[in-house]
Design a protein. Structure first.
Length: 257
């Protein structure tokens, strides 16, 4: 009984100390939720404001990109069973090209966000070609209130294509940096409570490339974030009471012992 009481006391003290230090624990992630496994194809649509939702490609005028799903893979994705469907991306890039998944509703007529704030990062399997080119991953964070355009804030990280075959790419969110693309996006930090999509692209390729992607998911538990408390002023004013005087202090000569 005493041992249990001691453990309880330690937990209680630690909890109180953490609260006093302003530490906030995020909600625990239940499992590893799948973002995209491509088994249901690549839905596309348009929201009421004319924004393309679902799987959308992008490229500069001198580059080309095409995406599709396939079960004819160069090698099985580790940990999967056959038949398995993955995304195939064919690119020939002068400047940039890739695809973005703007999260859609079931009818593919609305751009809807997901809450990733409880998770540590994003992971997926990528089939590399060891081409030496640089690929990149973007996460589309929140938009401006009432927005009717794509002004999602981009957070990005580079991935070198310096490997051959399947590799699990794991990207902690805290390792990503803000990418400015001139779309009027908010600049309010990587909140992750309203994630509107994710993208995979590449810059200049030495020759046409074919990449395969599968099983994108969020993973882990978000690191503990300290509670930020701000003060508008450190100038505190108060009225000081007059000093108390003892009866002896009224004597006209020094008081001696």
């Amino acid at each position: 009984m005493r041992k249990k009481q001691t453990v309880f006391s330690i937990v209680l003290v630690l909890s109180l100390l953490m609260n006093a230090m302003g530490v906030v624990f995020p909600a625990l992630a239940a499992g590893l939720p799948l973002v995209d496994d491509f088994e249901s194809g690549l839905p596309t649509g348009t929201d009421p404001n004319g924004i393309a939702v679902g799987f959308v490609t992008f490229n500069d005028p001198n580059s080309s990109v095409a995406i599709s799903t396939t079960t004819s893979l160069p090698a099985p994705v580790p940990g999967t069973t056959e038949p398995n469907t993955a995304l195939k991306m064919d690119v020939s890039v002068i400047s940039y090209a890739g695809f973005v998944h703007n999260f859609q509703n079931d009818a593919a007529n609305a751009w809807v966000p997901q809450d990733w704030s409880a998770y540590e990062g994003l992971s997926f399997w990528l089939y590399g070609n060891n081409s030496g080119t640089t690929m990149f991953v973007d996460v589309l964070d929140n938009r401006n209130p009432g927005s009717i355009k794509d002004d999602a804030e981009r957070w990005s990280i580079d991935i070198p294509d310096n490997f051959s075959g399947w590799k699990e790419i794991k990207i902690p969110f805290e390792s990503m940096h803000r990418k400015e693309i001139g779309n009027g996006a908010p600049n309010d930090g990587f909140g992750l409570t309203e994630v509107y999509g994710w993208a995979l692209g590449t810059i200049t390729t030495p020759a046409p490339q074919t990449y395969y992607v599968d099983n994108a998911m969020v993973y882990g538990v978000a690191p503990i974030k300290p509670l930020t408390v701000g003060f508008t002023s450190i100038d505190y004013k108060f009225t000081e009471a007059p000093p108390l005087r003892s009866p002896q202090s009224s004597a006209s000569h020094p008081v001696t012992r």
